[in-house]
Design a protein around this ligand. Structure first.
Ligand code: GLA
Length: 388
């Protein structure tokens, strides 16, 4: 197997937080690893299995080492890492720049190099690094540089996933810090309004994402249907429908976000699986050049709303990924003039379009394409130049 450099493309994986929050254990993580293999997630490219907050005891030992919660993880982290690796997958864990994690467990402040060494010894491949309990006199920028340096010198390749929720102008310094991805948003909720708010908040930030430092719009809620054990994330607010989950997945894919599944894949239904495993959307997300998408305001310009827009991602092979997004509540025709893609009529080219959700060819179009998209819906095509 050829070796892909760490962080070249947006990470693909699963994270325990959205559904399970504090209620995690090694059996669950092993079963998720099994499902990655048996249900096609691994073949689709998903790789990292990440334990979020709440895996340790509340105090460190006398030498300042973390103590794994042996009720939740009786075999320890090394054994769990070995199991995950035996499936050809990678193992992720979680800590925090501050004195404590967001849920009140020991953070890595002033333990950065010790913790990085411990993670390497356990065989960890990915560290999500949160922003709670940051000492006020320290800059977050410096603390991310610290852990980045510690990880890069830990003796193991560990992908560094920064999680400071888009605060403190993270866009301006995170790439230089050495992080491979960075959370740009506050926590997602399993609810349409949350998906919409997060996506809209990143539309003017697309030039910051790219290879080796990807804009992480937060873990996916696809397939949760309100099934979190946490009221804020989902159980009190009811979840989304399949169309909304598709739109969510299309936005995250087109905008180059890492795709970290947040549902319980052991009980995912067929609709959720079809969304999460869509090969054409994943290919767009994983396109080698890793370009951000640009936005086009659809014609006619008179309906001026930021809830209806087109995203275009220039792909490595010359194709264009084009997403028509209707985040409003009512059905819309969304009209794209090919002129706005840099394709004048006089070029002699039309576009041959392939529908990524329906997975079928749509035919050849000249000058203009105007699909009708339902409220909360998306239509994503892969466009190839075709000489007339
Ligand atoms: C923060 C992060 C979440 C999750 C929790 C864990 O809220 O943004 O993604 O990691 O902490 O406590």
């Amino acid at each position: 197997m050829s070796h892909t450099p760490l962080g070249l493309k947006p990470a693909l994986g699963w994270n325990s937080w959205n559904t399970f929050t504090w209620d995690i254990n090694e059996q669950l993580i092993r079963e998720v690893a099994d499902r990655f293999v048996s249900d096609g997630y691994k073949d689709a490219g998903y790789e990292y299995i990440v334990i979020d907050d709440c895996w340790s005891l509340k105090e460190r030992d006398a030498e300042g080492n973390w103590i794994v919660d042996s009720n939740k993880f009786p075999s320890g982290m090394k054994a769990l890492a070995d199991y995950i690796h035996s499936k050809g997958l990678k193992f992720g864990m979680y800590s925090c720049v501050g004195t404590h994690t967001c849920a009140g467990y020991p953070g890595s402040f002033e333990h950065e190099f010790q913790d990085a060494k411990q993670l390497a010894e356990w065989g960890v491949d990915f560290l999500k690094y949160d922003y709670c309990f940051k000492p006020r006199h320290m800059s977050g920028e410096l603390l991310y540089k610290r852990m980045s340096l510690a990880l890069k010198n830990s003796g193991r390749e560990i992908l560094f996933s920064a999680c400071n929720w888009g605060e403190d102008n993270v866009y301006q310094w995170i790439r230089e810090s050495g992080a491979h991805m960075y959370r740009s948003t506050h926590d997602i909720q399993d609810q349409w309004e949350s998906i919409k708010k997060l996506a809209l908040s990143q539309l003017d930030k697309t030039s910051y994402t790219g290879s080796f430092c990807h804009n992480d719009m937060d873990m996916l809620v696809v397939g949760m249907y309100g099934g979190s054990n946490n009221g804020f994330i989902g159980s009190k607010i009811g979840g989304c429908n399949d169309l909304e989950y598709q739109t969510h997945f299309a936005l995250w894919s087109m905008m180059g976000s890492p795709l970290m599944i947040g549902c319980d894949i052991r009980s995912a239904n067929e609709a959720a699986k079809a969304t999460l495993l869509n090969p054409d959307l994943i290919a767009i997300n994983q396109d080698l050049e890793g370009r951000g998408a640009y936005r086009i305001k659809p014609e006619p310009q008179w309906f001026h709303t930021n809830e209806v827009f087109i995203l275009v991602k220039v792909l490595t092979d010359g194709d264009l990924a084009i997403g028509f997004f209707n985040l409003s509540d009512d059905q819309r025709e969304i009209s794209l003039q090919f002129w706005d893609l840099g394709l004048p009529y006089a070029s002699g080219f039309s576009l041959s379009l392939y529908d990524c959700w329906e997975q079928q060819e749509l035919g050849v179009f000249t000058e203009r394409y105007a699909p009708t998209v339902p409220g909360h819906g998306s239509h994503v095509v892969r466009a190839k130049l075709a000489r007339r």
